[in-house]
Design a protein around this ligand. Structure first.
Ligand code: G3P
Length: 218
């Protein structure tokens, strides 16, 4: 399973890239706003900076909701860098846009997926990725992981090449469950990925090793 970093924060991207633990980055307009990136020129420049920092795909989301707007934004974003994947919301015009962008050789990530029907339409249109939001489903009392299991099963059964990005990851248990379910990618905040390192026995074990070494080498 690949790890994408779900952020627009350059320091976090740099840190994760240096650790060698990420295969790409996903952003969305809320994450860009969190970093205070505003205005078309700055937004495009920021995506370019992310591409220069990371090896792998970088999802950049359109803000248009009509077909023409999504195509023109998508083409502009894709022209920025070969690592750019255009993120498109799963609405009717979005599905149409995914189809055309795919014909033009532009890769897409269909976002805001909350059920298998939405993912199926995106995959049929030729999306390179679909992004089911598991944490937000958990938030409303549904089991987000059920959707990941369902999508892995359907995509395997029908041989779709579309990759499943488990998004809206809230904790390390989500990550491990996504691995078990067979998700292609998990996109996560840096703290959730590094959270995988934490175990109290590792911390106490290391402390004891260092204490014993110091005691014998005084
Ligand atoms: O990038 C989309 C998704 O990962 C958002 O997550 O935490 O805002 O539900 P969250």
């Amino acid at each position: 399973m690949k790890f994408f970093l779900d952020t627009a924060n350059l320091d976090q991207i740099r840190t994760a890239q240096e650790m060698g633990i990420i295969d790409g980055v996903t952003t969305n307009p809320s994450l860009m706003a969190k970093e205070g990136i505003t205005g078309e020129e700055n937004i495009l420049a920021h995506y370019k900076q992310i591409c220069d920092l990371v090896d792998g795909d970088v999802s950049a989301e359109v803000i248009s909701t009509d077909f023409k707007g999504m195509i023109s934004e998508g083409e502009k974003l894709a022209a920025l860098h070969q690592q750019i994947v255009v993120k498109i919301p799963v609405i009717a015009d979005g599905i149409k846009a995914i189809k055309l962008l795919d014909k033009e050789g532009i890769r897409t990530n269909c976002t805001l997926i909350f059920n298998a029907g939405q993912a199926l339409l995106a995959a049929k249109a030729g999306a390179s990725y679909v992004s089911p939001f598991i944490g937000r489903l958990d938030d409303i009392g549904q089991d987000g992981m059920d959707l990941i299991h369902q999508l892995v099963h359907i995509f395997e059964l029908y041989g779709f090449e579309t990759e499943i990005i488990a998004a809206s990851i809230r904790n390390t248990t989500h990550i491990l469950q996504c691995m078990e379910a067979g998700a292609d990618v998990a996109t996560c905040p840096l703290s959730t990925i590094t959270g995988l390192l934490n175990h109290p026995l590792t911390a106490t074990g290391l402390e004891k090793f260092l204490e014993d070494h110091q005691r014998m080498n005084r």
